[in-house]
Design a protein around this ligand. Structure first.
Ligand code: NDP
Ligand code: 8X3
Length: 249
């Protein structure tokens, strides 16, 4: 029987690649994001019987509710929720950061993610479904300028592990996917559209691609029901953790 996934942040990067990969693997996918024209292009390319476009701002509680109420019957029974929508804003140390940017990251990466998850939990339990949360290595390894972004991703990882514990015995599988440096629109968004800064960051690094993460999520989604990947950390070979810093007077 055809299964249905909901992928947030499907207009770009990981989410677009995950949605496309799941469709190729035979899933129906509800694709979410604010940029309606991008979602429409995906519907035209992948087929209206395979993807349903849901254009809304995930920070808007009423929009989430309206989106769920408006799902066409063929897309209404969600078996897999991929909580991918998210962003980093700013690269400045905390003392120079913009509070509005901090709040936008928390609203998107944390509050919206838990709101949508809360809304779908009863259905996911009924269907013995799965949740894949896109966290980040920034939740485990602090770096300068990562402050609130890393904090939101630490939340995502810990929330995932907590969900896994609470959902014990329900058959619902829950996974935290924690990618390292990946070239998507992520740095463009983070730097307010600075393409040169984005190109410079990834130059010569062979970063993770969106397709790499789509492959990881597809692997998790297709595991047999008795297996749960609790968390998985993926970095490009060219990236690894460095040591602590020491200040001397
Ligand atoms: P992109 O910027 O390419 O994609 C981000 C997606 O999130 C877009 O589809 C965007 O859609 C959506 N989004 C952002 N804000 C909102 C909002 N308010 N409402 C609805 N959708 C929203 O970046 P990535 O693909 O790289 O990022 C995907 C996830 O992966 C994020 O959670 C990110 O933190 C995480 N991540 C990224 C890494 C990287 O190095 N690239 C590494 C580790 C984790 P739209 O703008 O159309 O609304
Ligand atoms: C994105 C990965 O290391 O740029 O979450 O913060 S990193």
């Amino acid at each position: 029987m055809t299964k249905t996934a909901m992928v947030t942040g499907a207009t770009s990067g990981f989410g677009a690649a995950i949605a496309e990969r799941l469709v190729k693997d035979g899933w129906r996918v509800v694709i979410c994001g604010r940029r309606a024209e991008r979602l429409q292009t995906m519907v035209e390319r992948l087929g209206a019987d395979k993807v349903h476009a849901a254009a809304f701002d995930i920070r808007d509680d009423d929009a989430i509710e309206a989106m769920l109420d408006a799902l066409p019957p063929a897309f209404a029974d969600i078996d897999l929720l991929v909580n991918n929508a998210g962003l980093a804003l700013g690269t400045e140390p905390a003392q120079f950061a913009d509070l509005n940017e901090w709040r936008q990251m928390i609203d998107t990466n944390v509050t919206a993610l838990v709101t949508l998850t809360h809304a779908l939990l009863p259905a996911l339990i009924e269907r013995r479904g799965a949740i894949v949360n896109i966290s980040s290595i920034s939740g485990s390894y602090p770096y300068k300028g990562g402050n609130v972004y890393g904090g939101t991703k630490a939340f995502v990882t810990q929330f995932t592990l907590g969900l896994r514990t609470d959902l014990h015995g329900t058959g619902v599988r829950v996974t935290s996917v924690e990618p390292g440096m990946a070239e998507t629109e992520f740095t463009l968004v983070r730097t307010g559209g600075d393409q040169a800064a984005s190109d410079k960051l990834y130059a010569g690094t062979h970063p993770i691609t969106a397709e790499d993460i789509a492959e990881t999520v597809a692997w998790i989604a297709h595991l047999p029901p008795h297996l749960n990947v609790n968390r998985i950390e993926v970095m490009p070979t060219s990236q690894s953790a460095a040591g602590l810093q020491v200040h001397r007077d």
